[in-house]
Design a protein around this ligand. Structure first.
Ligand SMILES: [Zn+2]
Length: 160
């Protein structure tokens, strides 16, 4: 259908805009959360760093390299996390993962995850889902480590 491909082009533009923007790219040092993730299936890797202030995430940066999907998902995630508590960040991750793995409709994503709807087309391709989820799974690993009172997480790795 022609309408569908138009819609997909638009979504791709959103992803490419994030990919090119360099938003939230870099590394925070010192940081309160340091977590590294790799997706060997595609060659994506990223280092996630975040600072906390008064119990809320005050800044988020990520570095690394990979495909447009993994990098744009990381940038959109970073944007949605600023101002959130660890518990809120974990909840957003659960909601996004449910949409990405087909357990919940994308239409139900909350306002702060609005931009992530651009990844709906990706959810039809299981291999690419790993790309989209890498940053979120890396974040979860970081939050788990934070809950243990530590900063640096063990490396997270996507598997088949
Ligand atoms: Zn990828």
């Amino acid at each position: 259908m022609e309408g569908d491909s138009e819609l997909q082009d638009l979504y791709r533009d959103v992803l490419l805009d994030y990919f090119r923007s360099g938003a939230h790219k870099g590394k925070l040092d010192p940081a309160d959360i340091v977590s590294e993730g790799v997706n060997p299936l595609c060659g994506d890797s990223l280092l996630f760093t975040a600072t906390l202030k008064d119990g809320r995430i005050s800044d988020v940066k990520f570095s690394g390299h990979g495909c447009v999907i993994s990098q744009s998902s990381a940038a959109m995630m970073a944007e949605s996390l600023v101002g959130k508590t660890a518990a809120e960040a974990e909840k957003l991750t659960t909601i996004f993962k449910a949409a990405m793995t087909g357990k919940a409709p994308f239409a139900q994503l909350p306002e702060e995850l609005e931009e992530l709807k651009a990844l709906e087309g990706v959810s039809k391709y299981p291999v690419r889902i790993k790309c989209a989820l890498l940053s979120w799974n890396t974040l979860l690993e970081g939050l788990k480590t934070l809950a243990q009172g530590k900063k640096e997480s063990a490396q997270y790795q996507e598997t088949e």
